[in-house]
Ligand binder design. Structure first.
Ligand code: SF4
Length: 576
């Protein structure tokens, strides 16, 4: 059912919980299209954006959302532990106004990238010198809609509260909270304290009175030392109280999540020096719990897949020296696939060194997940760089249990991991970074060489390597604030990384657009054409910028190929 067939029932709720509208679409389930809202608004016409975004998600007959982002479902479940069903509503985006009334007390909005400061959005902003991405446009539009609705209903007491992983962006630009009319931004995990927090906010209790909370936000210096900054527009957990809920304090979802996403763990522990996730306490959900949530998605949401949220799946209950816990991973996959109705599953993120070192594990997981030429397992993998030097500086544990040098170069570890993943029908979506601290042009040329090598590789049966690669921009905070972001801030080597990445993406888009597009034949054709054309257009744009900067793209096209292709292809004889 789509939104248009829901009833016009209007029931004001005490707590209205929703998220940034960019998180409510399935983006035609095409690999990487979830990143579409990161694009600047002037690069993709609105009608193409809407076409690729796909149809509106479903609504229930009473105007509530049939599907909601997983984090919103968790928040809903946490609130329902104390409040009644009619007091807590997750509305469908078309019916938000139906549930906001004169007695609504809090409208909570979860967000990922409200101001467009995320690394992928920044990479587009830099290239196109346009500071108005769809993520920001949609977020602003939603908040404006809420503030207008509250005004229309004569509700002056309701608080607009934003939370979620994107809240750090407001710590860079706190003035945006006032400008948009947002009452508070909550930073951090809230599962165990959200009932109290909402109660206190409703009652107008001064938050300073509660030791567990701090009126301000935390931030990190370049060495990841945490400090607290006082600011009354922010709420976070106090420095001397528990920083995150215990596993048993995280509720299970009661209703279906978007794309059938369920969480399997929080935290990571690998310790890459650019990553905040690693600082969170590690919590692993038992397979039975994960299966129960998958069952909700299948039974109430009609899904046939399960998407497993983790920042590093191969760290799930990991062993010494970050060796994978094969037994635990197999139990997890088996538990998910044993839910009646589930036909496929894939984790959101994982590191490449594990497929590289443990091909048998990947083969076993593929068998359990029924991976095949028509059922690829997608996984996002941060390879970050092609440079041994940078990998050793910023992410020494990410290569474990393999070691750079002893087990080959970082590029070889990545190549072999890609080989194994593709062999067993896993398709990695790689990300690489430019602008890392201490980076030199030589490091970036190593990244170009790696991308070219992978792009020109194939399996022993002749299948070309299947992967995507997306460059991410590390923007210094000072520059972010001044918004002095243009392609001129990229040096030639950084632009070459963009060029090599988008050259490969264009190749993948034209190769796979038709095969991977969904919908009826006409929609499929239109989507495939838009994706293929978009890939080529993006590549041509970067090519033009490179040429304007005097970069010899013919040289970039072949950079590193002679060197890489002459190296041994496989490190593990069992694979040959
Ligand atoms: S492996 Fe991934 S999630 Fe873990 S610390 Fe490194 S970048 Fe962060």
């Amino acid at each position: 059912m789509d939104g248009s067939s829901a009833s016009s029932q209007k029931v004001s709720a005490k707590y209205v919980v929703l998220s940034d509208t960019t998180l409510w679409y399935s983006y035609r389930d095409f690999p990487l299209l979830d990143f579409l809202p990161c694009a600047p608004t002037n690069t993709i016409p609105d009608f193409v954006y809407r076409l690729l975004r796909g149809p509106a998600p479903a609504a229930l007959p009473d105007g509530r959302a049939l599907y909601a982002p997983y984090s919103i479902r968790l928040l809903e479940s946490a609130l329902l532990q104390r409040y009644q069903e009619d007091q807590v509503v997750v509305p469908h985006q078309d019916y938000i106004e139906n549930f906001i009334g004169s007695d609504t007390e809090i409208v909570a909005v979860g967000t990922m990238d409200p101001l467009g400061y995320g690394p992928l959005t920044m990479s587009f902003t830099t290239l196109f010198n346009n500071y108005y991405p769809y993520v920001r446009k949609e977020f602003e539009r939603l908040i404006l809609r809420i503030t207008k609705c509250l005004k229309r209903k004569g509700n002056k007491k309701a608080r607009i509260l934003v939370g979620g992983p994107g809240v750090w962006e407001f710590t860079i630009s706190p003035e945006e909270l006032d400008r948009l009319g947002i009452s508070f931004a909550f930073q951090g995990e809230a599962d165990d304290i959200v009932c109290d927090l909402f109660g206190w906010l409703s009652e107008g209790v001064a938050l300073e009175a509660h030791e567990s909370l701090f009126p301000g936000f935390y931030t990190f210096d370049s060495n990841f030392h945490k400090s607290w900054i006082t600011n009354k527009k922010f709420i976070t957990r106090g420095a001397f109280s528990r920083q995150a809920p215990k596993l048993e304090q995280i509720p299970e979802i009661r209703r279906p999540s978007m794309k059938s996403l369920v969480e399997v763990m929080r935290g990571c522990g690998i310790g890459c020096d650019f990553c905040e996730v690693t600082l969170r306490p590690l919590r692993y959900y038992p397979p039975e719990r994960v299966a129960r949530e998958v069952e909700i998605n299948v039974r109430l949401g009609g899904f046939r897949n399960a998407w497993l949220q983790t920042d590093e799946v191969f760290a799930y209950m990991h062993g010494k020296n970050f060796e994978p816990n094969q037994e635990a991973l197999i139990s997890l996959f088996k538990a998910v696939m044993s839910v009646r109705g589930v036909e496929s599953t894939n984790p959101t993120h994982g590191r490449i060194s594990i497929p590289s070192a443990y091909p048998d594990l990947i083969r076993n997981l593929s068998q359990i997940a029924k991976a095949s030429p028509s059922n690829w397992i997608g996984i996002q993998v941060g390879i970050e760089t092609g440079s041994d030097r940078l990998a050793k500086i910023h992410m020494p544990n990410k290569t474990l249990p393999l070691k750079i040098g002893q087990d080959g170069s970082w590029a070889e570890i990545v190549w072999r991991g890609t080989y194994v993943l593709n062999k067993y029908y896993w398709r990695p979506a790689f990300t690489v970074q430019v602008g890392q601290p201490g980076e030199t042009p030589e490091d970036n040329w190593e990244t170009v060489a790696l991308i070219n090598w992978l792009s020109n590789s194939s399996l022993d049966d002749g299948r070309p390597f299947e992967f995507t690669v997306t460059p991410m921009q590390n923007v210094p905070l000072g520059r972010l604030k001044s918004r002095n972001l243009t392609a001129n801030m990229l040096d030639e080597s950084q632009l070459a990384v963009y060029y090599a990445s988008y050259r490969h993406l264009a190749k993948m888009a034209s190769r796979n657009a038709m095969r991977d597009s969904g919908g009826n034949p006409l929609v499929r054709l239109a989507t495939a054409a838009a994706i293929s054309f978009g890939g080529k257009l993006m590549f041509q744009t970067i090519k033009t910028i490179c040429k304007q900067r005097g970069i010899d793209v013919d040289k970039v096209n072949v950079h590193g190929l002679d060197r890489k292709l002459s190296q041994p292809r496989l490190l593990n004889p069992r694979l040959s």
